[in-house]
Design a protein around this ligand. Structure first.
Ligand code: CA
Length: 243
């Protein structure tokens, strides 16, 4: 199953912490909220997060002190840290970056800004876990929210078909053999026959409805997802207003 990026939110103001957590949850992250340094340490010791949002002004141990300690240890030194600062505390930002934070964000911040910063630090430190979105023609897939839509209408796609579609969309216009798809989608499950790919491609086409013909069978070779559909002209970049 797809793993959601774990975000540890260290923030002593419950209202802000809760708002951040709700927004993260809605955008494909798995947040855990703690209110002070001691709880943050316990949480990091128990489960290593993919990114830490660290408030600078905490009761007891400061954010700077926590960051410095996490940076010192092998297990935690590569975890991205995004610090949250109050607008006035210019020196906090400098101290924060000195202490090993990857970036900072100034309160108050918008959800979009926060998500953009989180994705940016993840992309820098751990590019493999950023849930990206991809668009081919009028077909859109958002791995963060697990949504697929065609011409703005949401489509229901099963988990295996979703992975298959994600891969085909990320490598659109290229032909993939059944063997490659098995390897990329199913991993090392050597007991799965290549025919399985055909079964899931069939299901995927059923899920895609009007967009089904974007998944092409290339005889003797495999499958290809194409945005150069039917009309013979690229759907991507056409004048259709995408929402
Ligand atoms: Ca605070």
């Amino acid at each position: 199953m797809r793993k959601l990026p774990r975000v540890l939110v260290v923030e002593d103001e419950p209202a802000i912490a809760e708002l951040i957590a709700v927004n993260l949850r809605h955008n494909g992250f798995a947040p855990t909220v703690v209110f002070d340094g001691a709880a943050a340490r316990r949480e990091v010791d128990a489960v290593l997060p993919d990114v830490i949002l660290l408030d600078w002004m905490l009761p007891g141990e400061s954010g700077a002190s926590l960051a410095r300690q996490w940076r010192k240890h092998d297990r935690t030194k590569t975890v991205p840290i995004l610090m949250l600062t109050a607008r006035s505390d210019e020196s906090d930002k400098v101290q924060g970056l000195d202490a090993g934070a990857d970036d900072y964000i100034t309160k108050p911040f918008s959800t979009q800004e926060l998500l953009a910063r989180i994705r940016a630090v993840l992309r820098r430190r751990a590019p493999e876990i950023v849930n990206d979105s991809v668009q081919v023609g009028e077909l859109a897939l958002d791995a963060g929210t697990y949504r697929v839509s065609f011409r703005g209408n949401e489509l229901k796609v099963g988990p295996t078909e979703f992975k298959l579609l994600h891969y085909l969309m990320k490598h659109a216009e290229r032909v993939h053999t059944r063997g490659t798809l098995l390897d990329k989608i199913w991993g090392d499950h050597v007991f799965i026959e290549e025919r399985t790919v055909d079964v899931h491609v069939k299901r995927l086409r059923e899920s895609l409805g009007e967009a089904a013909s974007m998944v092409e069978t290339v005889r003797g070779a495999g499958y290809r997802l194409t945005g150069l559909n039917n009309t013979g002209r690229p759907a991507q970049g056409s004048s259709t207003a995408a929402a």
